[in-house]
Design a protein around this ligand. Structure first.
Ligand SMILES: Cc1ncc(COP(=O)(O)O)c(C=O)c1O
Length: 426
């Protein structure tokens, strides 16, 4: 690429950040960011299909247009510059753009957002990878030690916990999350698990359960576990970016996130957090680095990542930060209540996350008691009502996960569809 092309690329990048500034302008004005008028301006920045209403943002998020355009530009840039951008260019010219410099700038942004140190974070390709590295890398388990998880855990994390029996000789115990569950009940579940298994070493917590949307009190459970000498690894795949909470206040040491669900970054972006003082408790990946090193980068081995996707994390953070997590959290609750309120006094329909506001946000599931086939119900919602959701057969339920692009009309359409189906069942 010659210099003129480079300037064209840079100009294109500049135009992308201008596109993103629509939301920034709002951020700086006195507009009510919890109003439907404000949210209409956000919805307008998403391009979603009109073939159906997409209420499955829990699988992965949709990028806003400013983020998608930035991602395309980053892809074009990397395609043009290739390995020049990962260091070859910089060795010849110190002012050349460099991936590792820009990656660390984005890590700094993420660290500031979480309130942690930059050397406690590393990019991965998703929450699964982060969590697998943490669970399999946790090296304080001796043969016979107990490790606990609840059946609300995401299936691949549960599998990784079960694998500790093979890999570390652990006694693996699965607990059953009560349904419905309340705040204290979720703490008691894990405390009883520890009491039943004295000397429990490790507990897996899922901050927001993917099947029901139930939020458990990570801070309280972590403090309780610590008082018994047990460590906690936390899956925050659904909470960060959806729910307004203080990460540092949770007091957690090992956490897996993704950035492609609720932060709205491109697919294939995740993050792993290890508290610096606990770094040695997670193995390096094979023998990366000198023995005993505490570099978090040596605890992953992703190979070549989608660099453009990582670069677009900056754009995604700018987009959601301009709205503010408080308002995103408020919005998700408003979208939830728009449909769940219709069923508070309707015995035919169960809402699967508690009304206790500490235990839910936007993602919430339901079941129609007279319907016994969740997959068929999901198909009916899609085929007859053009609403895309996720079937949750384990709870005979349907998961409803709106995104920032969802409107209250979408949620009312869902409520009407559920009522219609329940009426037909009699
Ligand atoms: C609770 C939970 N953890 C982890 C994951 C996996 O996330 P990723 O796609 O980033 O690997 C999911 C995906 O749905 C999830 O629901």
């Amino acid at each position: 690429m010659d210099r003129r092309d480079f300037l064209r690329t840079t100009a294109a990048l500049a135009s992308v950040s201008v596109a993103g500034s629509a939301v920034t302008a709002y951020a700086q004005s006195a507009v009510n960011k919890d109003s439907d008028a404000f949210w209409k301006t956000i919805i307008d920045q998403y391009k979603v299909t009109d073939e159906f209403i997409n209420l499955n943002a829990g699988h992965w998020g949709i990028m806003s247009e400013p983020v998608r355009k930035a991602f395309n530009e980053h892809t074009a840039f990397i395609n043009a510059y290739s390995s020049h951008y990962v260091g070859h260019g910089r060795s010849a010219n110190p002012s050349a753009r460099n991936y590792n410099v820009e990656r660390m700038e984005i890590i700094d942004m993420l660290a500031a957002k979480l309130g942690v140190q930059s050397d406690e974070l590393v990019f991965t390709r998703g929450a699964t990878e982060s969590m697998q590295l943490l669970i399999s890398g946790y090296n304080k388990i001796n043969p016979g030690d107990t490790v606990l998880y609840a059946d609300a855990a995401y299936y691949s994390m549960a599998a990784e916990m079960r694998h500790l029996e093979v890999y570390r000789g652990a006694n693996v115990v699965q607990l059953t999350m009560p349904d419905p569950v309340d705040f204290q009940g979720s703490i008691d579940l894990f405390e009883q698990g520890i009491k039943d298994n004295p000397g429990t070493k490790l507990i897996l917590l899922t901050h927001m359960a993917n099947r029901t949307g139930v939020i458990i009190p990570v801070k309280e459970i972590t403090a309780m576990a610590r008082s018994y000498g047990a460590d906690v690894i936390v899956d925050m795949a659904h909470s960060w970016g959806q729910l307004d909470y203080d990460f540092v206040d949770q007091g957690v040491d090992f956490v897996g996130f993704n950035l492609h669900k609720w932060i709205g970054a491109p697919l294939g972006t995740g993050l792993m957090y290890i508290k610096k003082s606990r770094m040695l408790d997670i193995d390096t990946k094979s023998s990366k680095g000198a023995p005993g090193n505490d570099d978090i980068n040596n605890r992953t081995q992703t190979g070549t990542m989608n660099l453009a996707a990582v670069m677009a994390v900056r754009d995604a953070l700018n987009f959601v930060d301009a709205i503010g997590i408080k308002h995103i959290d408020n919005r998700f609750r408003a979208l939830r209540h728009e449909w769940t309120n219709e069923f508070i006094d309707d015995d035919r329909v169960d809402i699967l996350s508690p009304e206790d506001e500490r235990m839910h946000c936007g993602l919430t599931s339901f079941r129609i008691n007279a319907h016994d086939d969740a997959r068929a119900l999901g198909r009916t919602l899609l085929n007859d009502y053009a609403i895309n959701t996720a079937a949750i057969p384990e709870y005979n339920g349907i998961r409803v996960a709106p995104g920032l692009y969802s409107s209250k009309e979408d949620m009312r359409a869902l409520a009407a569809a559920i009522k219609d189906i329940a009426n037909k069942l009699g």
